[in-house]
Ligand binder design. Structure first.
Ligand code: UD2
Ligand code: MN
Length: 572
């Protein structure tokens, strides 16, 4: 069965195709190489991923896409496309199943080389930098739960293909109790040819935090590099990370995380000039930001210089193994997903380390729009993890998070060991962190008013989502629920009404949530002593229609439908 499984390519095929000894980039640049590989794959023992994955294994071969048409797809990180209208019914089923299983276009991924070439748009200086010969050896730890075959293997190959051999001690695949067949027998079989790859497995579903700890427990390199299981390392990704840690073992470094498109698998290389740093908001959600001016200046406005970051996204970073041990690895009481990224960021900074992003190091990651896997047990794991973090690390500032979850902490287990760790390490307090590491963060204590904004006569509150997608969200009215959430607003000294990074903005389009622009105008509001919320730029007031319960902007009359109360703080 020739199948489509071009890319589980055994070594002998690569040899016959003359690929041995060529750097993958070169091999991939040669035209028709994939055609050649495809043709040669026919008579040989090709690993047919589709046969392993589909229950219609051994189905109609004629119905499969023609290999020649597919060759070279995704090379150079370019977008690929599957013409769904020309798929047979079987193929369409596989295509849909791929999305369902992974929340990305697995069907397309299966048709892209496991060794595909990628763009290199690094700052030109990055190519000129020289690194010591004796950089420390890394243990790469990849945790996975039910990852797609081609995506997992491409992750592994991108590491091996683009790292100096002597710098990779091992790649540890740490399995969080996957139940897909291809991740058992076939995976062990495939990895026999890659002696650096080790597989360890959980005996039950633990979540990514304890699965990383399992990988850590068997790691032997002096530097740990944690990666997600759907990544591609770009040229030169490794040395900038190891270099910083060799320089100072308390420095933890992340690569720039480029986006691999979930649909087209396009590798969107972000240039050094647009490197961003990590932050967070008071719902304890990770956020991205432009590099603050002070940090640009510290780096002499050089885009390739490592940049200090208050937090990390979590999935991709390098850390000295002894330092990771010293600062208390991870909180093993955290389940499934979430919270651990901010927790380790705070801990690194507060307990004597530094967190940086190396603009010369690039790793792509498939960002998905939803989580494809099950979230067993406690449905509120993220809250549980966040509360554990807040209890241990946030000191008096934890109330701002608790405000956002209506002070309902839920069950969060025992954090006494983590508190003892913090005492033992004599870490800085959170106020120190905010002042020294993240002075840009707005602290709600500085707000003039906060909480829900309720109409004086009817129990309706101003309500909006602040996550702006393609279209800005409108401010609407909704029955006050008292849970915080989309009804939590703060009034700043700068006269903004906002939550996280979204501000009330009244303009030609209506009353909408826009990213805060800090320059007054359409985002400037006054909560006056007659309880009206006044918009000087338009000379209008926020008004609740008692008939329709709609929010409009009207000439101020001061009547009850224009009177609002914040549940904390004063009008002025
Ligand atoms: C981001 C991070 C992720 C982690 C998470 C917060 C990046 C690029 N990714 O989410 O690493 O810090 O924020 O917790 O910064 N996994 C398991 N068991 C589980 C769930 C997930 O092993 O129960 C694996 C999963 O296969 C993947 C990794 O953990 O390799 C991260 O999960 P994700 O990709 O769903 O999370 P992501 O990228 O949205
Ligand atoms: Mn991920």
């Amino acid at each position: 069965n020739p199948g489509n499984g071009l890319f589980g390519l055994p070594k002998n095929i690569a040899q016959q195709a003359g690929l041995q000894g060529l750097v993958p980039e070169l091999a991939n640049m040669m035209p028709n190489m994939n055609d050649l590989m495809g043709d040669m794959a026919n008579p040989l023992q090709d690993v047919d991923i589709n046969d392993m994955l589909n229950d219609n294994a051994g189905g109609d071969d004629n119905a499969r896409p023609k290999r020649a048409l597919m060759s070279g797809i995704g090379e150079g990180g370019k977008p690929g496309h599957i013409q769904t209208s020309s798929l047979s019914r079987e193929e369409r089923r596989a295509y849909d199943q791929g999305w369902k299983d992974n929340a990305f276009n697995q069907y397309l991924s299966d048709r892209i080389s496991l060794h595909r070439s990628l763009p290199d748009a690094r700052d030109p200086t990055c190519r000129l930098l020289q690194y010591a010969d004796d950089l420390p050896e890394a243990s790469v730890i990849i945790t996975f739960h039910n990852e797609a075959w081609s995506v997992l293997l491409r992750s592994v190959h991108s590491i091996l293909d683009r790292s100096p051999e002597h710098l990779i001690k091992e790649i540890i695949l740490s399995d969080d109790f996957s139940d897909r067949e291809h991740l058992h027998g076939p995976l062990e079989e495939y990895m026999k040819d890659l002696p650096k790859v080790k597989i360890v497995r959980n005996k039950k579903r633990e979540g990514l935090i304890r699965t990383r700890l399992l990988g850590y427990s068997v790691a032997t390199g002096s530097v740990l590099i944690f990666l997600d299981s759907h990544i591609e390392c770009a040229t030169g990704w490794l040395e900038p990370l190891l270099d910083r840690i060799k320089d100072n073992p308390t420095t933890s470094v992340t690569p720039v995380i480029d986006t691999i498109d979930d649909d087209t698998f396009q590798f969107k290389f972000s240039p050094a000039s647009s490197t961003q740093v990590g932050g967070f908001d008071w719902s304890l959600t990770f956020t991205w930001h432009a590099i603050p001016e002070a940090e640009r200046r510290r780096r002499n406005y050089k885009d390739y210089v490592p940049v200090r970051s208050p937090t990390m996204a979590g999935g991709l970073f390098a850390i000295n193994k002894d330092f990771f041990t010293h600062i208390g690895t991870y909180d093993s009481g955290m389940d499934i997903w979430g919270g651990e990224n901010l927790e380790i960021s705070f801990r690194i900074w507060m307990c004597g380390g530094t967190l940086e992003t190396a603009p010369c190091s690039h790793v792509g990651h498939i960002f998905r729009k939803k989580s494809p896997y099950t979230w067993p047990g406690n449905t509120n794991v993220v809250k549980k993890n966040n509360v554990r973090m807040a209890e241990v690390w946030l000191d008096e500032f934890k109330v701002y998070y608790y405000d956002r979850i209506n002070n309902d902490l839920g069950y969060y287990g025992d954090v006494s060991e983590r508190k003892a760790l913090r005492r033992r390490l004599q870490c800085h307090d959170f106020k120190w962190y905010l002042l020294n590491v993240y002075p840009e963060l707005f602290v709600p204590g500085e707000a003039l008013a906060s909480g829900q904004i309720k109409n004086i006569r009817k129990p309706f509150c101003l309500d909006a989502k602040t996550n702006y997608g393609f279209k800005p969200n409108p401010v609407i009215s909704y029955h006050c629920h008292g849970l915080g959430g989309n009804q939590y607003w703060m009034l700043t000294k700068e006269s903004e009404i906002f939550r996280d990074y979204g501000c009330f903005d009244y303009n030609d389009e209506g009353l909408l949530i826009y990213p805060c622009h800090k320059s007054g105008g359409t985002q400037s509001w006054l909560h006056r002593s007659d309880k009206t919320i006044y918009h000087p730029a338009s000379n209008r007031c926020i008004t609740l229609s008692y008939d329709t319960s709609r929010i409009t902007m009207e000439i101020c009359t001061g009547e009850e439908n224009q009177q609002w109360e914040w549940n904390k703080g004063q009008h002025r």
